[in-house]
Structure formats: structure tokens, C-alpha cells
Design a protein around this ligand. Sequence first.
Ligand code: DGJ
Length: 788
Amino acid sequence: MTKATDSSGIIRLDSRRTSYIIRVGETGHLENLYYGRKLRADSDLNALAQKRVIGIGTGVAYSERKPLVFMDTMCLETSTPGKGDFRTPAVQVEYANGMTTLDFTYRSHRFIEGKPNFPGLIAQSYAKKPSEATTLQFQLLDKTLPIVLTLNYTMFTECDVLVRSCILTNGTKEKIVIRNLASLQLDLPDADWNVVSFDGAWARERSVTRRHLEEGIIELGSTCGVSSAFHNPAVFLERPDCTTSRGECYAFNLVYSGNHREIIEKSPFGLARFQSGINPQDFAWTLESGKEFTTPEAVVTYSATGSNGASTNMHAFVNTHIVRGTWQYRERPVLCNNWEATYFNFSENRILELARAAKDVGVELFVLDDGWFGQRNDDTTSLGDWYVNTKKLTSGITHLSNQIHAMGLMFGIWVEPEMISRRSLLFDSHPDWAVMIPGRDPSVGRNQFILDFTRKDVRDYIVKVMTEVFRLSKADYVKWDMNRIFSDFYSASGIRMGEFFHRYVMGLYDVFSRLVSAFPEILFEGCASGGNRFDLGILCFMPQIWTSDNSDAFSRTVIQGGTSYAYPVSTMGAHVSASPNHQTLRKTDNESRFNVAAFGVLGYEMDLSALNMQQKQAVKEQIAFYKKYRGLLQFGRFYRLSEEGSNRTRWMVANTDFSEMLVLDFQTLNRPNIGPEVLRIPFARPDFDYEFTSRIQKVPIRDFGSLINMVSPVTIKSGGKLRKVIDDNVMLTSSDEHCIVSGDVLAYGGIRLNPQFCGTGFTQDVRVLGDFGSRLYHIVRIKKEVRN
Ligand code: DGJ
């Protein structure tokens, strides 16, 4: 059962494991009675209702006729200023003379099978079949003015995810101004929650911040014009005893790529309020008489099985109800991107050399990054001039693409269509298309300006030009980059500036949807200086996003780990890059760089043509391994097995019945001579038997430095030529671990891993991890007969 209404005004929406219960209260306001673990269909829900028997000192009672109703102590589905609720209002609308007091009460509700497509939203969740979801729609009407607030709730049954949006309709004769309209408000009856947010900046996106909610307000969000790396729209509320695998938590997100705000408030009466939606800063939407405004969709799930439970729900939701199109469940190709191998400095021959090297190790898609167009030899010029630079690519883009296709590779191309360089032909002919204020010295980011996507003429132009680029380059893949955030907000088209940011986002979605539907076979990857716009809005059009420009393996354990709370592995671009790393200068062994990147959509972003025979062989084996387990890695269930801040990062992907799993065991710093290390897999099925195998990894003998003779089978003199040859070419095999293990042992006791190298000898059974080292383990169910 997914829906019900009873005579006491209680309305419930159930999913597989959760119940969301709303009551139309005595004053007609929508009260939240409960959201959590699924309740029995026959449960008496009246006990959940608030008891109103005494007044509150200094409280404002709702009306003279209702002296015991205090909005400030109620769990409300929406809230307005002026009627005694002093928490952050969800709806702030200015009408005659700037008044903001409104009072929305129940008018009607209805259930709709499935998920309707809401007009006014371009990016939104969807259900392929009506049976996948139930939508509950309330109409609320202001007590005095003909202003209607529609609340849409869609419960996606299988993944336990609820999506909410609001529509405000102006039925008055005058225009009104929306100052704030939250997509979701969830009031909870107590405030004992840890707030978990995903914060950072360029090259350190979405690190986990966890703090207890205390009196007052925690406000997160973005005013950058993009969802931003500062604070992702995803937020978790966890009980203080919640861990990765047990305890209660809620997870929230927003289907939006622009300015967003999340409020988490503890009220003086000990209630918690969560809100998310468009950021009210720099937002003022004028609603003419008879018009309506629809908010982006907010997303929430509840889990009683820790943060992994909430992540599992979110991952299933994103894969099934956000990502769409040809590539939704299609395994993504292993790519090689030339950016960190060449930056702007390349020729056609150099690109072909890199592509050949990529093909040689098993790469499937070659991506030509920034620098192929206009006069683009550095980042000061040419954005907007989307025609090939024939000084670099002498035979043109079509010929290059043909040659790469002829090697048996797919071809991908980088573009940054939302931008314009001052030094460009486009700027010379359309200076008013750049977002800057006439007569004011504009601020600048990466030497470039934003194209005014609020304008239809600009959007039409970009769609036309990109259509030509994709057609001429015969692109199989497009990396859509966006490398600056907004300043000097202005549009020469004369729109109201309070509408600029939202109109930009809607303009962007318009361009995306036109191009994506014109090129349904192209695999699009979103990007914004790495992960500066990693959100559900982008994922409605592009199935994967470049997670961060920082591809240092240790940094990625933090970045991908944080991202994994709300986004599935299939959405995260993850590349193996050079060591020392270009962002951190950290040195990390080649195998560990792969092991971490394997928990994403794998790529290589380094000079593959410079590998020696041994390195090349190692990369070949990595790619072969990835291809073998790609389905599991990209679309399996992902779990965090370690808590943040520990010296180890352990991740796991599993198939649905846990008969096959892959586990990453990453060590941050090496502490020598520690006791036995245990790898416990709580998700292993106790009734299964498993075969446990480590991925064979190579350790360059060079890593042992002057200890070389401790590990080498033959004695090698230091300093000689032979030493150099051996250093460059000899690899040892680290810890070939293998055993048959019962599921109960794996789940309850754990496997004792082979000891790590600590200067007391080396055999094939020793694990060489060092700092930032790691192992991958494959665990697969075996049948009893095999065991005996
Ligand atoms: C930023 C991206 O994140 C990088 O991967 C690369 O494409 C550069 N832009 C190119 O300018």
C-alpha cells in the first residue's frame, strides 16, 4: 500500500520501508505527524498528534478562536511569516505595500499514480511506469487572498525516496513578488541530530563535515550561480549514534544546479526544521496575475540502517529516476584524456601518439580536452570561437576524429559553451552577450566571462554552434566544462535582476535538453573546474560528472568518499594521473592510483606514451581487471566500510545478493609493526561460502631504495648501470592473498590480512602498502562442492 486517507484527516504515503504521515489539523494547516520507519497499515496514528491543552508564555496563539494553537510548536509542511511561527519561513511573498503575512490552509488533495512531469521544470525526476511511484498533491489557499500553494509529494516506492516541489499561483489581480519559496520543509519533533554537509573548494570538493545541531540555525548553500564546491546541496541528518551501518538518518538533496540554500534549525522549543530550495539571496521573482512559479524538486530519504542505508536509497533513486537516456545503465568506456599529459601544448601528431598508446593498453575512448579551437594556447583567449585551430590540428577535427576512430577508439571532445573570452571573435561581435554591467569594471574568473544564457538568442546560437562541433567532430563523448562562477550579475535583455540566476539555470537546462535530445548516443560528462557543479540537475541530462580536478589518490578517498553519500559510483569520473600528482605533488604508487579510481568511471589522464614496458603491462592489467568487473564497479551497491578520519579507507561494491563483492583497503599513513589487521565484511551473507582473492599488484623494486638486496633474488651492486636497468624494469608481486572463507566468518570475525612490510623480510606473502598504499579484494560466492 502506498497511499491512504482516513476520516481524522490523516493522509499517509508509504514506500517499501518508510511512512510519511500528514494530518490536516484543526486549523486546516498541514502538520507532519511522522516520517520514518514504515508503520503498520492498521496502526492508530492519532497518538502521533500534538496535545494542545495549555498556552505558552509569550507565545502567539493562532487566533482568538484557537487560543491553544501555537504554530511555533507545530511540525508543519510549510510555513509563512506573520502567524506565530518564528522559525525560518518556507514561503515569503510580498504583496500590496510589501506585506508578507500569508496563511495557507487545506483546500483539497488528490493522489496520482506515478510521477507527473511538472510544467515549469526542465530538470526533474521521473518514473518510467506508474507503479514505480505515487504522487500526492495538496492545494492550499491563503485565508484572505486568492494565492494558491500546491505541494507535490512523489514517493518512489522501491528506493524509499520522497520528492517534493511547490507551485505558487497568483490568483490576485495584482503582481506579487516571491522572495523565498523553499522546495521542501521537514519539521522533526526533536533536534538531537548531527548535521552532515559536503563542503570544500576547488580540488577538495565534498569533504564530510559533521556537527551536532545546537540552538539556532545552520545555513548552507551557494550564491555562486552554480551549486558549487563550497557546499553541495546534499545534506544528511544523523542521530549522534548513527554509523555507516546502523542508526537513523535522513538524507536530502535538490534537483538544481544554481544558487541553493539549506537551513537546519533548532527552535527554542527543541524542534528541528530542515528546508532546502533556491537561495533567497539575489532572488526576487515577480509573479504576474494568473501566473505560477514552480520550485525545483527536493529529495529526501529515511534510513534506519545508517548512512550507507540512506546512500543506497539515493544511489538507486539517482540511477533509476534521475539519470536517463542511452547511457543510463550502459557500462561506461574507459577513457584517456590528454589534459594533464599536454595541457594546451599539443599537435595532431602528439594527440595521435597519445591515442595509440591509450589503445595499446586497452583504453576505449580518447578525449581531446581544452585547446583545440580558436587561438587557444592558454586560458586568456578564444572561448566562444568554436572552430578548429588548424595550426595545432593541421588536418582538421573531422580528420583527427576519423583517425582515432580508425584505431578502434571512440572519440570525445571538450567544450565550454557557457563562456566567452574577451579576446575572441564572439566578444568582438557580441559584447553584450557577456555577463557584465555596462559602465562598471567587471570582475573576472580564469580570464573569462559568462555568456548570458537567460537570453534565447544566445542559447539558440550556442545550440547551433555546438550542433556543428558535435557533428564535425563525430563525437561519441562530450566533456561540458564551466570554469568560472558569477559576478557582475546583469543581462542586457532587460530582465529583472532578481530573476537572473534562476533564468540562467533554466536557460542552461533548455540548452542541455535540446542538445541531448539531438544527440542521444553521445555520452555527456558534466564538469565545472572539476566538481563545482556536481548535482542532480546536471545528472538529469548528463549521466556522469568529473568529480574533481584533483586526482591524487588520497585526496580522492576524501572527495569520492564524500560524494558517495549522495551520488552513485556511475556518476563519478575518476582518473589515474601522474605521480607526483599535479595538484598535490604527492607521490602514490601506480596500483593505488588505479585502485581508488576504479571506484568511479575510470579514465587515465597522464602521458601513457611515456610508460616503460613494466608500467605499461601494469596499466594493461588494471584496465583488463576494470573491464571484467566494470558492471559491479559502476552499477553495484556501494558501501563505506570505514568512518571518516580513520587511517584507512575501506569501500565496497556488491551485487544485489552479495554473492560478489570488491573491496578497497586504502591506508593513509604507514605505521610500522602493527598487530594483525582484520578485514571484516559485515554485508557478507552468513549462509554463503566465498572465495577471497587479492588483485595481483606490482611493486617496482625501486620503491625499496637501498634495501634492494633485501628483496632481490640476486645481489645487485649500488650505483651501477645494472642497478638503473633493474630499478626501471623490475617489479615484484605484492601479497598474493587467497582463501576460501565462510560468510559467517567473513561477516562476524573477519579475515586476518597478510602482514605489511616493516623491514623484517620480504616474501610474496608480505603486503607492501607504505603511505597511501592500497589493495583490492575480490570476494565471490562458491558452491559447497567446490569447497570440499
Ligand atoms: C577544468 C577541468 O576540470 C579540467 O579537467 C580541464 O578540462 C580544464 N578545465 C581545461 O581547461
